[in-house]
Design a protein around this ligand. Structure first.
Ligand SMILES: O=P(O)(O)O[C@@H]1C[C@H](O)[C@@H](CO)O1
Ligand SMILES: O=c1cc[nH]c(=O)[nH]1
Length: 343
């Protein structure tokens, strides 16, 4: 059985080796002398990727470098991970000038930029990185922001299903001039587990679970009246947003379909957790003060940290040391079996 369980039914093709390492659905890669992960400033020939990343269990992604640097420092304190005195967390991908990546023991924290193409390039390279590093059962989580539909600003939304602008549970792309569809499936059990980690008595905000619509544009694509162009009326917009609401869409963002589709295609468990910056049924402009929004952006991080600590069974108490002991896959396995026994 895989280390952290699996969302795939037995009749589906599993894209993992039996030991839980990530298998690529691309026969070309293993025939190459080396694989350059260009946008990460890493490569299988230039770096010992297994030594650098072999212990990774959680790959956390979000739009901005600042958010992911903040998350790296936050999770470091939460899991009690120590780096040598006098050193600092380094941006591993700094020289790509594209994405920022921080490693905190078993957790990677990476910025993905805005929109499907940007996160798509990163996902290809991160999935290949997991393969080259022989990571076992990594979990991918997007920690994002979004617009809410019928929920207040500051609400945390866990995606149960990602749909595109036509409300299809799929990621569509063109390959060699042909339209290809990939199911945009997230791990429902992981989503429910995240929801169970919300604390309705302690958290001064709501955490909900529902459908997420992923668009290719922030303005017209999300039915905003305040872009540089707009050919529809306020009433057209409200009809559309109400239709989304009736369909069960709780939030709109710009990465979830490809995030769900590529992780599913790679047999990787994944979740999307976003905070709403506004309720789109009440307006279009994001006008909440920056300090408030910065606070809100930490809310998905709190939830993801609870999940990571649950899997590492730390409760924020047991300190980890850099490398060495943290790499024991056996320990992770025992912890997971215990937590499954309690479900
Ligand atoms: O994770 P982030 O906050 O970047 O996600 C959303 C979707 C777009 O990338 C961006 C639009 O403001 O925010
Ligand atoms: O309304 C919003 C807010 C954040 N991100 C989005 O994609 N849409």
């Amino acid at each position: 059985m895989s280390l952290l369980g699996s969302s795939m039914s037995s009749d589906e093709e599993r894209d993992e080796y039996p030991d839980g390492t990530v298998k690529l659905r691309n026969p070309n890669i293993e025939l190459m002398d080396q694989d350059i992960l260009y946008h990460l400033a890493l490569g299988s020939g230039s770096h010992d990727l297994q030594e650098m990343f072999g212990d990774v269990k959680f790959v956390c992604m979000g739009g901005t470098p600042k958010r992911m640097e903040t998350f790296a420092h936050y999770i470091m304190a939460e899991i009690g991970y120590k780096i040598p005195a006098g050193t600092q967390l380094q941006d591993i991908s700094a020289f790509s000038y594209r994405y920022s990546m921080y490693k905190v023991g078993p957790v990677l924290s990476i910025s993905h930029g805005m929109g499907v193409p940007s996160v798509g390039i990163l996902l290809h390279e991160m999935i290949k990185l997991m393969y080259h590093a022989k990571c076992k059962d990594p979990i991918f989580i997007r920690i994002g922001t979004c617009g809410g539909i019928g929920v207040e600003g500051g609400t945390v939304v866990i995606t149960e299903e990602a749909v595109d602008g036509l409300l299809r549970n799929t990621y569509e792309l063109s390959v060699l001039g042909q339209i290809v569809h990939r199911p945009a499936k997230l791990d429902k059990r992981l989503a429910r587990e995240l929801k169970s980690l919300a604390d309705p008595t302690e958290d001064p905000y709501e955490t909900v679970i529902g459908k997420t619509m992923c668009t290719h544009d922030f303005y017209e694509g999300q039915g905003r009246l305040d872009g540089a162009f707009c050919n529809f009326t306020e009433s057209d917009k409200m009809d559309y947003l109400n239709k989304l609401h009736d369909f069960g869409v709780v939030n709109i963002e710009m990465e979830s379909t490809i995030f769900a589709a590529l992780t599913h295609h790679a047999g990787i468990r994944a979740a999307v957790v976003c905070v709403t910056l506004l309720d789109r049924l009440k307006g279009d402009q994001v006008n909440t003060p920056k300090e408030v929004m910065n606070e809100w952006q930490k809310r998905p991080q709190f939830l993801v940290s609870r999940l990571i600590k649950k899997y590492l069974s730390l409760g924020g108490l047991k300190p980890l040391v850099s490398h060495g002991s943290i790499r024991s896959p056996r320990r992770y396995k025992l912890v997971q079996q215990e937590s499954e026994a309690h479900e």
